[in-house]
Ligand binder design. Structure first.
Ligand code: HEC
Length: 448
């Protein structure tokens, strides 16, 4: 047995040695090795009018930053992707292989060479194009103080159209892409007989404002039993705009009078005062979706209780769980784990009636800045009678660099005290699932 192990480990060693010796002797160049990786994994964000802080388009863009690039790829800070690919895989994932990471290291070490561009033709980079088939709404301009701090706002974006209609997708178009970090917005549909002037209310509130609660009320954002609310109607992260599902799936109705609520729109730190004027682009559909997407939410404001109550004690690392029973066969499209600044890790899975586990998502190292909507490669069937479990760990110690309180304070879900709105410095635990009632063959339907 021991001899067999020795042989296996010798073999592994030789394979590993050969892979590295190959690259160590081979010349790694931009033209042959680096450009093809960057064009797929980096340029989506590192181009003009996108969220990356600089372009990574030309050889020079990369060569002068080869050291920093070698570093951020090695520590897996870039490309940003929090979900563990060994646990579950997604259509929109952006992950470098170990071999690609190694190529960045070697390229830098060998002096970031251009290489032979006549032999290795560099494919022209395709920048994001706009088609013009949308309605554009201006969002209230936001004043960002140059105080090096993160800023969070609630913004209301009213819309009135001549008749009820259907929307396939809404995109958030940042005015200052280097500044806007993430956006998640609901759509609120007002009843036909609504007589209010939706353009006549306050549109924006800073969540740190002392009058936050009052302003939220003035904006009409407290949940109203007569309205219809479509969660996550618009989402944005650097590099991530709308996601279009296959034809016939997704989209939602838009009533004559409605408004979007961009909740917790997050602006990163700025050193100088700036004004951001962002927009929403609404893409209409010609007919109602055959299969409208449904959404459910576990945890805060959702269908399931958090256990124990979400109160994260100062100085402690604590685990909270929530679970929900699935009464019908469903096909999951997209999931969104949500916590705030004290989040440490997040795991969700389903357990089938026969006891088998279906992994959903595992985020070993939470970072509130990358609130992804994770879309499965194919629709994921969860059979009737399954239970979805969520396990979230929060770190309210001084070891957590994002802890807003130094020294740490007890932090609770605002709901516990009868509030209804969420500040980023409060905590939340949510797991949002968008799904369809299951149809035969869904598990083979690609979402890519
Ligand atoms: C989803 C969008 C996105 C993708 C994809 C992406 N980046 Fe970035 N990158 C950003 C943003 C946003 C920042 C600024 C982050 C911050 O300051 O927290 C950034 C910062 C950086 C930085 C500066 C880090 C620092 O400490 O200042 C480097 C270098 C970088 N990216 C390289 C890359 C490379 C190389 C790739 C591809 C392998 C890549 N990025 C892919 C959005 C992206």
């Amino acid at each position: 047995m021991a001899a067999l192990f020795n042989k296996i480990s010798l073999f592994c060693y030789l394979v590993a040695f050969c892979i590295s010796c190959n690259y160590n002797t081979e010349e790694i160049t931009y033209a042959e090795h680096i450009a093809p990786i960057v064009n797929v994994h980096c340029v989506g964000c590192h181009q003009p009018n996108e969220g990356g802080p600089f372009n990574l388009i030309s050889y020079n863009d990369l060569a002068k930053r080869s050291k920093m690039i070698a570093h951020v790829t090695k520590i897996k800070f870039m490309p940003p992707w929090l979900a563990d690919p060994n646990y579950s895989q997604f259509a929109n994932q952006n992950i470098l292989s170990e071999e690609q990471i190694k190529l960045f290291q070697l390229w830098h070490k060998q002096g970031a060479k251009l290489g032979d561009t006549s032999k290795h033709k560099i494919k022209p980079i395709v920048l994001r194009k706009n088609n013009k088939n949308y309605l554009e709404l201006d969002i209230e301009p936001v004043f960002i103080k140059g105080n090096h701090g993160d800023n969070f706002f609630y913004i209301k974006v009213p819309i009135e159209i001549p008749q009820d209609s259907f929307v396939r997708m809404v995109e958030f178009i940042p005015g200052k892409p280097k500044l806007v970090h993430h956006v998640n917005g609901h759509l609120i549909l007002l009843p036909l007989d609504d007589t209010s002037n939706i353009f006549n209310t306050r549109r924006i509130v800073d969540i740190h404002s002392p009058d936050f609660e009052k302003h939220i009320e003035e904006m009409g954002l407290y949940i109203n039993p007569f309205e219809k609310r479509i969660h996550s109607a618009v989402n944005y992260l650097p590099g991530v705009r709308g996601f279009l599902y296959p034809q016939g799936i997704g989209g939602y109705p838009l009533s004559k009078k409605a408004y979007f609520v961009l909740k917790d729109i997050h602006y990163g730190p700025s050193e100088k005062d700036q004004i951001d004027s962002s927009k929403l682009r609404i893409y209409f559909g010609s007919k109602p979706p055959e299969r409208p997407i449904l959404e459910t939410m576990l945890g805060t404001n959702g269908i399931s209780k958090i256990n124990p109550l979400l109160l994260v004690e100062a100085g402690k690392i604590q685990k909270f769980t929530t679970k929900a029973f699935i009464p019908e066969d469903i096909s999951i499209l997209t999931i969104n784990p949500h916590m705030h600044l004290l989040g440490k890790s997040f795991k969700a899975y389903a357990v089938k009636p026969n006891g088998d586990t279906i992994p959903l998502v595992y985020i070993p190292k939470w970072d509130f800045r990358w609130q992804y909507y994770y879309t499965f490669k194919k629709m994921l069937k969860i059979p009737k009678g399954s239970t979805i479990f969520v396990e979230a760990i929060y770190d309210n110690t001084t070891q957590n660099p994002n802890n807003p309180n130094k020294p740490p304070k007890n932090i609770a879900e605002r709901m516990l005290f009868g509030g209804s709105s969420m500040r980023t410095s409060d905590e939340m635990l949510q797991f949002i699932i968008s799904y369809l009632p299951y149809q035969e063959g869904d598990e083979n339907t690609s979402l890519q």
